[in-house]
Design a protein around this ligand. Structure first.
Ligand code: HSE
Length: 428
C-alpha cells in the first residue's frame, strides 16, 4: 500500500490558485485529518511558463493525458469550468478510476446522473459541493443529513452577482447599468454578464439542487428562467414601499408527483429571512417533512469561500480512499414530472404605464376579471403630466401564470396602455 495519496488539479485560475495555496500551506493539518499524506502531482494549465515563473516547485503541464494516465494520481480537482472540454475530461477521469472533485455547475446540472453512474461503474467517485452556493455547505447536507426527509420546497438566492446588483441599486439609488458596471469593477460580474444577469447560472444550480432534493433529473433548459435585466430602480422602490424586497429567486415546489421550478426576480415579504440576504451572499431555504424549515446562508462566491467547499470534498475523498470506504452515490429514484410554467400559481406585481384618462383602470380591471384574476391592491405610483401618462402598480391575488400572460397580452394591445414594465411573482 502506498504511503501517500496523489492529487492533481485541472485549472489554476482564481479559485484554482486559492485551492493550491491552501493545499500547500495547510498540508500538515490535512494530512492529520486524512491519516496519510496528500501529495500534489500535476496542475493542468494553458501557459506552463507563466505559472512556472510564479511557482517553480509545482509540476505544471498542458497535457491532460499525463494526468489521466498518471498511476500515482488518485484524486483530480476540476476547476476549468464550462461544458467543454471539462465534461470530456471528467468522463475520462472517472472511467480511469480516478476520484473527482469539481466546482462545475454547468456540467453537473446537465450530466450529473451520467457522471454519477460512471463513478459507480468504475469504483470511482465524484463530489461537487462547490458547484452550488460557493462556500455554503448544501450538497453534503442534501446528500446525507437530510436524506430521511421528503423535501417539499426549495427557495434560494444562488447568484451572488445579481443579488449584489439588486442590493446596490436600492441602497445606493443607482440604475441597473451603474450597478452592473460596479459589479464588473469588483470582479463579481464577468465582462460578458449574460449567464448571471439572465438567470442561466441560477438555473444550473437549481437543477443540481432539485436532483438531490427530489431525487429527479431536471434538465436546466426545462426550468423557466427570467433574469434581472428588466428590473429598474423604480421596481425596487415600489416593492420596498409595499413591504417587499426583490430578489432573483430560484424556486422549486413539489406538489404531488409534480414540481414547479423557476428562476425569476420575485417580491419577498420583508418578514421572510430571504428578503434580508443582501450583497454577494447566497441563501438556500428548504422545507423537509421531518426537519421543517432550514436555511443555509453564506458567501456564494469568491476564491477563498469556494476553496473551502472544494478542499472539504478533497479531504473527505482522501479519507474514504484511505479507509477504503465508499459512499453510495445519490440515486435518481422518482418519476416526478415538471409542471408547465403556465400552471405556476402566485400573487403578482405588475407595473404598467397608462394614458392618464378616466376609465383606463376600469378597462384593465375588466380584462383581469375576464381572465379570473382578482386585483388585491392598486397604487397610482407616479404621473407625467407632460406626456399625460400615469404609472400604476397592481398587486393581484393568487393567479396562474397562464391567465396573467393572457390578460397582459390583451392589456398590452389597449390603446390607452403605454407600456407594461414588469411582471413579478410575490412569495406567499
Ligand atoms: N457567478 C456566480 C454568482 C458565482 O454570481 O453567484 C459562481 O457560481
Amino acid at each position: 500500500m502506498s504511503d501517500s495519496i496523489g492529487i492533481s488539479l485541472l485549472g489554476a485560475g482564481n479559485v484554482g490558485s486559492a485551492v493550491l495555496d491552501t493545499l500547500l500551506a495547510d498540508v500538515e493539518r490535512h494530512n492529520n485529518l486524512i491519516g496519510t499524506k496528500l501529495k500534489l502531482n500535476y496542475v493542468l494549465v494553458q501557459d506552463v511558463d507563466k505559472h512556472k515563473k510564479k511557482s517553480p516547485n509545482i509540476h505544471f503541464t498542458k497535457d491532460f493525458e499525463q494526468i489521466v494516465n498518471d498511476p500515482d494520481t488518485s484524486i483530480v480537482v476540476e476547476l476549468i469550468g464550462g461544458e467543454s472540454p471539462a465534461k470530456d475530461y471528467l468522463s475520462k477521469l472517472l472511467k480511469s478510476g480516478k476520484h473527482v472533485v469539481t466546482a462545475n455547475k454547468d456540467v453537473m446540472a446537465k450530466y450529473g446522473s451520467e457522471l454519477n453512474d460512471l463513478a459507480i461503474q468504475n469504483n470511482s467517485s465524484i463530489k461537487y459541493e462547490a458547484s452550488v452556493g460557493g462556500g455554503i455547505p448544501i450538497i453534503g447536507p442534501l446528500s446525507r443529513d437530510l436524506l430521511a426527509n421528503e423535501i417539499s420546497s426549495i427557495s434560494a438566492i444562488i447568484n451572488g452577482t445579481t443579488n449584489y446588483m439588486l442590493s446596490l441599486m436600492l441602497s445606493e439609488d443607482v440604475s441597473y447599468e451603474d450597478a452592473l458596471e460596479q459589479a464588473q469593477k469588483l470582479g463579481y460580474a464577468e465582462p460578458n454578464p449574460v449567464n448571471d444577469v439572465e438567470g442561466i447560472d441560477a438555473t444550473y444550480k437549481l437543477a443540481i439542487l432539485c436532483g438531490l432534493a427530489f431525487h429527479v433529473d431536471v434538465d436546466p433548459s426545462e426550468i423557466y428562467s427570467k433574469g434581472i435585466s428588466n428590473i429598474e430602480l423604480q421596481d425596487l422602490k415600489y416593492a420596498d414601499e409595499l413591504g417587499y424586497s426583490i430578489k432573483l429567486l430560484a424556486k422549486a415546489d413539489l406538489i404531488g408527483n409534480r414540481i414547479t421550478c423557476l428562476v425569476c426576480p420575485t417580491l419577498i415579504p420583508k418578514s421572510e429571512p430571504l428578503s434580508k440576504v443582501d450583497g454577494v451572499l447566497n441563501a438556500i431555504q428548504l422545507k423537509g417533512n421531518l426537519v421543517g424549515q432550514v436555511v443555509f446562508e453564506g458567501p456564494g462566491a469568491g476564491a477563498s469561500a469556494t476553496s473551502s467547499a472544494i478542499l472539504g470534498d478533497v479531504i473527505d475523498t482522501a479519507k474514504n480512499i484511505h479507509s477504503s470506504w465508499k459512499e453510495s452515490s445519490n440515486s435518481i429514484l422518482n418519476k416526478i414530472q415538471i409542471n408547465d410554467i403556465g400552471d405556476f400559481q402566485s400573487r403578482f406585481y405588475i407595473r404598467v404605464n397608462v394614458i392618464d384618462e378616466p376609465g383606463v383602470l376600469a378597462t384593465i380591471a375588466g380584462i383581469m376579471s375576464e381572465h379570473s384574476i382578482s386585483i388585491a391592491s392598486v397604487i397610482q405610483a407616479a404621473s407625467d403630466p407632460e406626456k399625460n401618462t400615469a404609472q400604476i402598480v397592481l398587486i393581484t391575488h393568487d393567479a396562474s401564470q397562464k391567465n396573467i400572460d393572457l390578460a397582459l397580452n390583451t392589456i398590452s394591445k389597449e390603446k390607452k396602455v403605454d407600456k407594461i414594465f414588469n411582471l413579478l411573482p410575490i412569495v406567499n
